[in-house]
Unconditional design. Sequence first.
Length: 193
Amino acid sequence: MTKRSAVRVYRLDMTDSTNEAAKRLFRAGEITDCACITAREQTAGRGTRDHRWLSPRDAGIYLSVVVRTEAVHEIDPSEFTTAIGAACVAILNEHTDAGIVQHGINDLYHDGRKLGGVLTEVLACGATIEAVIVGIGINVRSGMVRLPADDAPRPIALEDLAADCDWDDREIDLLARRLASSTRATIVRLSRG
């Protein structure tokens, strides 16, 4: 039986992006196996194709999971994004019973409105993939979320979908932990080739 090492957790007040923070921690040698980085606010959150992800303080779940892989086989980030997006949809629907769907490979939607997204990045050294980083952003508090462009889909928040749920810090932390745990398990499974 393989012993699972503990996941190191970094809780940041503010950062540019949890994925960027994960990269810095990894490159500094602080992450030796697996870590989860969360932030109350991101000043430069982003999604695919470098689209901005507005991340106001305490308005959502902003987290990244980084797993050291040292894989020598090719890793397709879209495979991770698709699988983790599906897992996020399952967890969020279990939590809210709202009918959240995966749109494309990385967006999470409800009734044509954007709830969140998944961004996968890999860190490589030559032919070796050293780590997989997956960022997840979920709008939680209604009235605090907005998108930067007029032509962007209208946002929606978990509060809009499950108003009877008390979206306090404890509830949000519990949901973030479930998302992080599922993300870690998916990264480990898929990185084994």
